[in-house]
Ligand binder design. Structure first.
Ligand code: 4NP
Length: 166
């Protein structure tokens, strides 16, 4: 099992949206048995809460249901469980770098590293803005989700008869 953790500040807007988009792609590819997803926030403001209603509505308009997700705070142990710890922006990345145990640094990346060339490298925080911001988060998440899935297939599932052909 390959485990992917998406991380933002509050875990109610960007990271649940990224998780929802990515897990839908994983399920569509028939890889739900091989790739596990989760999301978390660097801060604990919204522990136990569902995603922001604006994030849920925007995702639903694109056929992605994130209503089952609940906020939690990222922990040092997450670097042991998750092969990929993907930050939404550079501020999240800095906070995660402080938490990251020595030797686990290669697990920590920016989510948008997996988006096509020319895509910005940060997902802007939509919390204090309007509905457009949530649409843009989805645009970016969709752009990076395919690249992330292709990367995981290449690195972890290529060259054997495992999940790739599933
Ligand atoms: P997120 O957005 O990091 O994308 O979940 C935010 C959600 C809540 C807050 C900030 C950003 N907040 O300050 O409560």
């Amino acid at each position: 099992m390959i485990r992917v953790l998406f991380v933002c500040l509050g875990n109610i807007c960007r990271s649940p949206t990224a998780e929802g988009v990515f897990r839908a792609r994983v399920a569509h590819a028939g890889l739900a048995h091989a790739i596990a997803t989760d999301s978390a926030g660097t801060h604990g403001y919204h522990i136990g809460e569902p995603p922001d209603p604006r994030a849920r509505a925007a995702a639903k308009r694109r056929g992605v249901d994130i209503s089952d997700l609940r906020g939690r705070q990222v922990a040092r142990e997450d670097f042991e469980r998750f092969e990929y710890v993907l930050a939404m922006d550079r501020s999240n990345l800095r906070n995660l770098a402080r938490l990251c145990p020595r030797g686990a640094e290669s697990r920590l990346r920016l989510f948008l590293e997996f988006a096509p060339e020319g895509t910005p490298d940060e997902v802007p925080d939509p919390y204090y803005g309007g509905a457009d911001g949530f649409e843009y988060v989805l645009d970016l998440a969709e752009a990076a989700a395919d690249g992330l899935l292709a990367h995981i297939r290449d690195v972890h599932f290529a060259g054997n008869n495992g999940p790739r052909g599933a």
